[in-house]
Write a protein that binds this ligand. Structure first.
Ligand code: MG
Length: 381
């Protein structure tokens, strides 16, 4: 077991251009704000990414994550020795979990590099490639959905996940099943239904959906358990699983068949491993969700998805699914529904330093001096 001393950190915000505008209730964005953390120690670097801002309903934003990392998380971590990255953040962080995840995951990358192994190996991964699927947002019409799905199938994705909401569900999914009789497909409701919709949701059972994700409110495990008794389609929880304790409760209450693990939201890899272990002990499979990550976060997700309990295809996707150009080189690719798990040290991808610098809008370097403030340098635009 290696010991790493954290000497220096770089906090950086980049703006990455999306291939297609991202439409939310708050408007249309053609680029994404991403906060990245680089940790240095022993002549090595580790990289982590903050997923704040991917979901407009999230309590964390790039701004709040930056503040938490700059003011407390990074100054507290620097100068410390660690043999396990989870020591740096403690367990069960209750606030700023996305900011914590950026630091924690950078420490895992650094730790794996110090040990000279891939992050996949460090985490206990057993696969060299993982099956991946794609998540398709609500389209303006059912015809457009069929076109979009046809294009992703041509790109080789192993399964298609479609967003649904009340009124855009049974007919839309029936048309999809009729056009593509044999595809593996899932539906994600993002908590948009209530138990009064049980009749409509039961109609989905006839469509051969492999999974229905988060049909009901995130904090309502009891209703998920009741719905689960009514449906034959397996139920997966996503928004309900913010901590490993949530996973334990969901399983104890029989509220789900499957769990979606998002390391960037759970506070990092250590908490994700706990969810994986709890689910596996109960015989439930997990899969790795995505939160609009750049290649840095995507490489972390690939390493995690190589663990044995990740039996279902993740929402990991190729770089080109979202980005005009990714910050890693070469870009991450999907071939026949599979992505290679990087085998080089740490997250195993090269950062395109020139491109990263060109997309950086602000940067802050924090060093492990006794007076943390004296060691902080700002560079902004
Ligand atoms: Mg989801």
């Amino acid at each position: 077991m290696s010991t790493v001393k954290l000497e220096r950190a770089t906090l950086r915000e980049i703006r990455l251009r999306l291939r297609e505008p991202f439409v939310t209730s708050k408007g249309v964005a053609d680029e994404r704000r991403i906060v990245l953390v680089t940790l240095e120690g022993g002549g090595l670097e580790g990289w982590g990414e903050c997923v704040a801002g991917a979901d407009p309903s999230s309590p964390e934003t790039p701004e709040s994550a930056w503040r938490a990392l700059e003011a407390s998380l990074l100054p507290r971590a620097l100068g410390r020795d660690f043999t396990n990255p989870s020591e740096l953040v403690g367990s069960g962080a209750t606030t700023d979990r996305m900011a914590v995840a950026a630091l924690e995951m950078a420490a895992w990358d650094l730790d794996a590099r110090a040990a000279g192994v891939s992050l996949s190996v460090k985490l206990g991964g057993t696969r060299t490639e993982v099956a991946v699927g794609v998540s398709v947002g609500l389209q303006p019409s059912d015809e457009q959905l069929l076109e979009v799905v046809a294009a992703y199938l041509a790109d080789g994705y192993a399964r298609i996940k479609v967003k649904i909401e009340p009124g855009r569900d049974v007919d839309m999914l029936s048309a999809l099943r009729e056009r593509f009789p044999t595809i593996h497909f899932w539906a994600d409701a993002n908590a948009s239904y209530t138990l009064s919709d049980v009749g409509r949701l039961k109609e989905l059972d006839a469509l051969g959906l492999e999974l229905l994700e988060q049909p009901l409110a995130a904090d309502d495990l009891a209703s998920h358990a009741r719905l689960r008794r009514e449906l034959t389609t397996p139920i997966c929880l996503d928004e309900s699983i913010a901590t490993a304790a949530d996973a334990r409760r969901a399983i104890e209450q029989n509220a789900c068949d499957v769990l979606n693990v998002k390391p960037g939201r759970l506070g990092g890899h250590a908490e994700s491993l706990r969810v994986h272990d709890i689910a596996r002990a109960s015989g439930r499979p997990v899969w790795c969700g995505g939160m609009l990550e750049s290649g840095v976060g995507r490489a972390h997700n690939l390493a995690l998805a190589s663990l044995p309990g990740f039996e279902l295809p993740g929402d990991i996707s190729a770089s080109r699914r979202y980005w005009e150009r990714d910050v890693v080189s070469p870009e991450l690719r999907v071939i026949e529904g599979l992505m290679d798990v990087p085998s080089g040290p740490g997250i195993g991808v090269e950062i395109d330093a020139d491109f990263l610098e060109a997309r950086t809008v602000r940067k802050c370097i924090i060093t492990a001096r006794p007076q943390a403030r004296a060691g902080r340098m700002h560079q902004g635009q």
